[in-house]
Design a protein around this ligand. Structure first.
Ligand code: 13P
Length: 340
């Protein structure tokens, strides 16, 4: 394991106020997003959509790394250039989603465990050979009556840590994503309590598996009240709860925390990231960055609609969101950026 390469990649992923673009929706998830907008759910349409994204001019000014899916990492532009090379030429580090999805956890109704460790060493070697330099694995934790259980937290943390160790062995920086879901009626305080417990167990397991903390990125959800909670929180309350929680649980040696958006609106995700950086950037030991999928891509997808005539407008919308989030990393995002 070349630790310096891992450290360099991890710090490059959060350098210069840039962030990650999670364009790694699995085929079923991508099809679901297409179906909602009447876009054909075909390989041809998915390739055209991802070409629109990776060829967005100036994307590399705001995006440090792009997370691809197995289908996408093998695809090319109409002219025949691999998406991997398009990204590398734009100064964007290619990454790859390597989990095989969250499945029902046996004996634990309402809870899931992420699969994909079998054969992972061989798959990581292939992706590294292709040019990927980091990877992603998502675990999901639901909050509800009697959940999450200790069994679910320990199972997912153990799996995330084994994935992370295998990534580092293969020369890939692991993005460690324990997503506490927003769905539910739980309060902000309950989300904070669960997130803190999740992170505490995840870092115990990362230690057990001898994962190099300087060579990984954490990808958590922001600490939010459930989407069905009658009491919602202000932007500053979310920023405070999120950073308070992370300060209790995330070692200072981790170079960066790159949030997922989790179904928040694009503008709220930017505003909350901005508030965190405005209030805590000078004191936080790690970079507070982004690794959004929906909060960067959804406005562009809604303009693109599968029509080549809309590519330019969609690319402008994508770049706009990327710029808003880079501004949020500097604490310089304002609602006025959304005008016009
Ligand atoms: P969202 O930003 O849409 O939550 O997706 C992030 C992600 O990569 C989930 O694994």
């Amino acid at each position: 394991m070349n630790t310096q390469v891992l450290i360099n990649t991890a710090s490059a992923l959060v350098a210069d106020d840039k962030g990650l673009l999670a364009m790694d929706e699995s085929t079923p998830t991508c099809n679901k997003r297409f179906a909602a907008l009447g876009i054909p759910q075909t390989e041809v349409a998915r390739r055209a959509y991802r070409e629109m994204i990776v060829t967005t001019p100036k994307l590399g000014e705001c995006i440090s790394g792009a997370i691809l899916y197995d289908e996408t990492i093998r695809q090319k532009t109409k002219e025949g250039t691999s998406f991997l090379n398009v990204l590398i030429d734009s100064n964007i580090i290619p990454g790859i989603k390597v989990d095989m999805g969250a499945k029902e956890l046996a004996g634990h109704p309402g809870e899931k465990i992420t699969e994909g460790l079998d054969g992972l060493r061989e798959r990581l070697a292939e992706y590294h050979e292709m040019g990927a330099r980091f990877a992603k694995w998502r675990a999901v934790i639901a909050i509800g009556e009697g959940i999450p259980t200790q069994c679910c937290l320990e199972g997912n943390a153990h799996t995330l840590a084994r994935y992370a160790a295998l990534c580092q062995e293969a020369g890939l920086v692991p993005i460690v994503e324990p997503e506490v879901l927003m769905e539910g009626t739980h309060t902000l305080d309950r989300c904070l309590e669960v997130t803190q417990e999740v992170l505490r167990i995840v870092f115990i397991q990362l230690g057990c598996q001898r994962v190099l903390l300087e060579g990984m990125i954490l990808k958590p959800a922001m600490v939010l009240p459930g989407s069905g909670c009658p009491t919602q929180a202000s932007v500053d309350e979310v920023a405070d709860a999120t950073v308070d929680c992370l300060l209790q649980a995330v070692p200072a040696t981790v170079p960066g925390i790159a949030f997922l958006s989790g179904g928040q609106s694009a503008q709220l995700a930017s505003a909350r990231l901005n508030a965190m950086n405005l209030r805590f950037k000078s004191r936080a030991p790690w970079a507070l960055a982004f690794s959004f999928a929906r909060a960067v891509q959804q406005p562009a997808l809604e303009l693109w609609l599968g029509d080549a005539a809309n590519v330019k407008a969609a690319q402008q919308a994508l770049l706009h969101r990327a710029r808003c989030n880079t501004a949020a990393r500097r604490g310089e995002y304002t609602a006025a950026m959304e005008d016009g």
